[in-house]
Write a protein that binds this ligand. Structure first.
Ligand SMILES: [Zn+2]
Ligand SMILES: [Zn+2]
Length: 385
């Protein structure tokens, strides 16, 4: 991926770009870029509800597509960011427009755009840009860009200054290299959450080669967990949902689980000790990792995709016996995200969604906190008009 769009002058080596240089470039570009106004929903502060706002978007450059946003999924990260709950790692810049599970229709395609034309559906996930030159970018793992990657919201915006604004908006402009093609077979509302909940679970299941003949655990049956169950089932594994809520058993089976273990039941957990090849832990609340590590076989892996606010204690013995691994994973690269969308089209996989108008977003956040959603809220952005 080249960075011709970055408006870098000839004598500035991309590889030498320090953070300071990037800032200078950003300021230079910020004053040069033309913008237009777009309607959005934004939070003005950590304790303010989301409310209508007007934001600026850059006019599309030759390599950009401009999307009319049709649907945007509601990720728990949106809520964390809006309420500044990740202050120590990613402090929120206000006004904050969240949303990184975006399906839109291309309304403008720049002259250099090759993969999209006006009228096409396109998806945007958690990233809108990356340096394009570091080892991770060259490997197609842009999510780990050393740059770092420009995330869809709350990242410094190198084009118009301030921070990037996400999909709770009528319109979005993105480099086509960070837009995904949406296969026709996919329902656009159900496909929106694939950009975060989908790829976050697909990528680790692929990376750790989950498939036939394996016993795979999914901890937590929420937005991420329900996608993990669908994917692990489609990959041919024996899928066991590990949940604290016995009430979720029936739904887990409907989604593709072969078995359900209530993790509060010590006897039931003990029955499965040492039997799993792989466990994907989607829980972002504080919980006991050792209980899940003990379920793994020799050389089994427990991979975290949730991010509890406080560190979780791990007993060394949970890892030593029998050579278990504890790992983490973060979304997926652009190439893999496209592969996932194509896989979903082929296997008829989408997220189970509850479509809401944008006016219900604050209520949806409260319900999200109570786990009262099956399994993802998706905003119908036509409601913003
Ligand atoms: Zn997300
Ligand atoms: Zn990079």
């Amino acid at each position: 991926m080249t960075k011709e769009g970055k408006e870098i002058t000839d004598n500035q080596e991309i590889t030498e770009m320090s953070e300071t240089k990037q800032t200078t470039l950003a300021e230079g570009a910020a004053s040069a870029a033309r913008t237009y106004e777009a309607k959005a929903y934004a939070a003005a502060s950590a304790d303010a509800p989301l409310a209508p706002a007007a934001i600026r978007r850059r006019d599309p450059r030759p390599q950009d597509v401009q999307l009319e946003v049709l649907y945007c999924g509601v990720c728990h990260s949106d809520l964390h960011q809006v309420r500044n709950e990740w202050q120590s790692v990613m402090p929120t810049v206000y006004p904050c427009v969240p949303g990184h599970e975006i399906i839109g229709r291309v309304v403008k395609a720049g002259g250099a755009v090759r993969r999209f034309k006006e009228g096409d559906l396109a998806a945007v996930g958690c990233m809108v840009d990356s340096c394009g030159t570091c080892a991770s970018c060259r490997d197609g793992q842009e999510q780990f860009c050393e740059g770092p990657a420009t995330f869809t919201y709350n990242s410094p915006d190198p084009h118009i200054g301030g921070v990037t604004h996400g999909g709770y908006s009528e319109s979005l402009v993105v480099d086509e290299a960070f837009a995904l093609r949406v296969p026709d077979q996919l329902d656009p509302a159900g496909a929106a959450p694939l950009q975060c909940a989908g790829i976050t679970t697909y990528s680790p299941l692929r990376h750790w080669n989950v498939g036939k003949g394996q016993k795979v655990g999914v901890v937590g049956l929420g937005g991420l967990g329900h996608m993990a169950v669908k994917f692990a089932n489609a990959f041919g594994a024996r899928v066991v949902v590990l949940t604290t809520s016995p009430g979720k058993a029936e739904d887990a089976v409907r989604l593709g689980a072969h078995d359900v273990v209530v993790s509060k039941n010590a006897a039931e957990m003990q029955k499965h000790a040492g039997s799993f090849d792989f466990i994907l832990d989607t829980v972002s609340a504080v919980h006991d990792l050792n209980a899940y590590l003990n379920l793994l076989k020799r050389d089994g892996t427990l991979t975290l995709v949730g991010a509890p606010e406080t560190p979780l204690p791990v007993k060394a013995f949970s890892l030593l016996f029998p050579r278990r691994q504890l790992a983490g994973s973060l979304i997926g690269g652009i190439r893999e995200t496209q592969e996932m969308l194509d896989f979903c089209a082929e296997h008829g996989i989408t997220s189970d969604v509850e479509v809401i108008p944008i006016q219900k977003i604050n209520e949806a956040y409260e319900r999200l906190l109570k786990g009262d959603v099956k399994y993802r809220f998706v905003i119908d952005m036509a409601s913003l008009k």
